[in-house]
Design a binder for this molecule. Sequence first.
Ligand code: BYC
Length: 476
Amino acid sequence: MGIDYQERIPNNVNLSDDRRLQRALEAWQPNFLNWWHEMGPTEFENFEVYLRTAVSVDSKGWANFGHVKMPDYRWGIFLAEPEADRKVNFGEHKGEPAWRDVPGEYRGVLRRLIVTQGDTEPASVEQQRHLGLTAPSLYDMRNLFQVNVEEGRHLWAMVYLLHAYFGRDGREEAEAMLERHSGDPDKPRILGAFNEKTPDWLSFYMFTYFTDRDGKYQLASLAESGFDPLSRTCRFMLTEEAHHMFVGETGVGRVIQRACEIMKEHKTEDVRRHGGIDLPTIQKYLNFHFSVSVDLFGSEISTNAANYYSMGLKGRFEETKIDDDHILHEGTYPLVELVNDGFATKQENALTAVNERLRDDYIEDCARGVRRWNQIIKRNGIDFELTIPHRAFHRRIGSFAPENTGGMQVAPDGRIITEAEWDQRHHEWLPTDEDRAYIGSLMHQVVEPGKFANWIAPPARGINNQKPDFDYVRLN
Ligand code: BYC
């Protein structure tokens, strides 16, 4: 009897007609499920979770809500609808018809970009795999699992491209994505931030605010790609990414709200004494997650990035809305650099500076949400402001990484400091072991419907307009 592919793997890529792709995916799927069982939220496999599942890309199909056990979630393959007569919109091939197949001369580079993107998706599931055990409410637990299954789906999206367009080496890369693991000393994930731990819920909210936002900007740049299947895949992924950033922004916002309530109620700044998370600790977590996430944009001056652009494979954020020649042989872009004991802005070749331009777009977006967090503090009548640290603070990649600054370090306010001052004061700026232990001590699972841990305020509204005491996860 034939398998109903539409039922098992919802898709809009005509999977049921493509025998070669079916065989490749059928071979990969059991390995994916094994990986999910071993490296995903293992303890929660048997519980029903109120998940949103995409079964098609139209407005009705992409948000179907219902209680599902996570291993039964239908990881589908969806590409945004094709645009008629789409062209390559930038680089040396500008104006040529967009590619429906992999341009032979760019095969290796394109595969590498897809693998780097794909590698982050299972990495984040691995990083978050134990958080269900300490969820501050059923609402939050459900959001965590929604994020997890969608990151799994994003892995499927990249694996689809590898299987459908890259033959044998694509299949090998798809396997390797299940073999590297976050933080594994021998086979780590490719990018730095995806080997960091996400041990507690404050880290999770910061991760979904700052690191998923890198995902938004990277996916948006890949959505400009001249390789049309990649563009269409990323466009659909972006619709899901928005929810992840919502979880981050509202999550941090609720922790801030609760800190303010405790400060007002007890007329004190000692929020910890009353079991909340104090604003200075939130600032330290923000500093950490912002700095590891800005590293994800690569070096300020990058010939890799220039090549991706000239080849027409990875564009800039909202490429077609930018008013220039989209070839960038001549334009310049302002770049902040370290000179002697201060910063100066230098005009760089716009083509080699595309990473920095994307980082600038990202930082501006990050700052908007931080302003909204500050509004919460202000509305509560409290005199405190969260700030985004200077872009050169605590960097490991690019021109501000210590190996490229001759040992000079940068404080969050942009002051250049010696290594000795850094050693003395970094505990004021980044979470210490003690801070992490305190946050860890607050992490206890709350599973009574409608109840929330003491350190976080309830959300303004439920998912899909559900009532506050809705059973988002059925734990029995
Ligand atoms: N960590 O010219 P450079 C997401 C390497 S997040 C470690 O500076 P390039 C998500 C680089 O590979 C979005 N290594 O950088 C979020 C290169 O290595 P080789 C993920 C790094 O290549 C939350 C060398 O340093 N998607 O979706 O211009 C949850 C010099 O390279 C790092 C993408 O990233 C680092 N941070 O740019 C779930 C898009 N940075 O050549 C999901 C695809 C650089 O010396 N990736 N290196 O061996 C890219 O476009 C580029 O690879 C990067 C780096 C922007 C990441």
